[in-house]
Design a protein around this ligand. Structure first.
Ligand code: SF4
Length: 275
């Protein structure tokens, strides 16, 4: 299984017990999706959901909102902040009261206040197009897992393959939940994450394992010194038999010990420990 398949498979199995349920997650109505996405910008999802319920009840379609006054919209928006979002949504509803979503598909970014992310959210959630809606959470997950410095480019190049054989709306929801619960911006929960050895960030953060001691320079040095403590004028060739290592490696270690002032090598043959 390649890395992209592992990513997809493990996230989907994680989602079985971890999906957050909201009514708008089961809709394919682009108006409801647009409404939710605009309300949810820079707003915590639980709070956005409360406003969404209020708005969708009053304005079940763009036509209803287009008939409302700006003052009425801003009154309902009160407490969410970024009032310009409400004004642009109102303007979008006027356009949509005369032009259906289908008639402007896929160019939803001609609507006021609709950028690349919201456009892709509508394309995915309402039309099940093979696109990944890239918000900061999603970019962070891709950047960490695949170890890419340009997650935007990576997603554009690979989204069709990643979304092959699955519903893009489902996968986009899983990414949102995973970014908000596990792979958070600060202190990601790597210890309980479904990924460990597959995630580039996790691999890079892992401390380097201690080099194996057996056969290491450290072990050979220890053996040489131990032998020299109880024997004087040791013949290098006999040491070779005792240590059982490559000749060049042994020579290298002896030179190092000599340069550190630990031993003396006489006539390139005999060695003893320095007093
Ligand atoms: S191992 Fe950590 S950094 Fe990697 S995907 Fe999981 S939570 Fe994110």
């Amino acid at each position: 299984m390649n890395k992209q398949e592992i990513f997809k498979k493990k996230l989907l199995s994680w989602s079985i017990k971890n999906t957050r349920e909201y009514s708008w997650r089961n809709t394919e109505d682009p108006w409801k999706i647009l409404l939710l996405e605009v309300i949810a910008q820079q707003t915590q999802l639980e709070r956005a959901n409360k406003y969404y319920q209020k708005f969708i009840k009053k304005f079940p379609n763009p036509n209803e909102m287009s008939k409302a006054t700006k003052k009425e919209i801003l009154g309902m928006w009160s407490g969410l902040g970024y009032n310009s979002r409400a004004v642009r949504l109102h303007e979008a509803s006027k356009i949509l009261s005369k032009n259906s979503f289908d008639s402007i598909y896929p160019e939803f970014d001609i609507l006021p206040g609709v950028g690349e992310y919201t456009k892709n959210a509508i394309l995915s959630f309402a039309y099940n197009d093979k696109v990944i809606a890239q918000d900061t959470n999603v970019l962070r997950i891709f950047s960490r897992f695949f170890g890419t410095k340009d997650p935007q480019k990576f997603i554009l190049e690979n989204q069709k393959n990643i979304l092959k054989n699955i519903k893009s709306r489902k996968f986009n929801q899983v990414l949102m939940d995973f970014g908000s619960k596990i792979c958070t911006s600060k202190n990601p929960s790597c210890s309980v994450c479904v990924f460990d050895n597959e995630c580039e960030k996790f691999i890079q953060a892992r401390p380097n394992p201690q080099p194996a001691f057996k056969g290491s320079d450290r072990e050979i040095r220890g053996k040489i010194i131990k032998h020299l403590i109880v024997n004087n004028n040791v013949d290098i060739s006999s040491l070779n038999i005792l240590i059982k290592t490559e000749e060049n490696k042994l020579k290298h270690i002896l030179k190092k010990l000599e340069s550190e002032g630990m031993i003396t090598i006489k006539n390139k043959k005999l060695i003893e420990i320095n007093s």
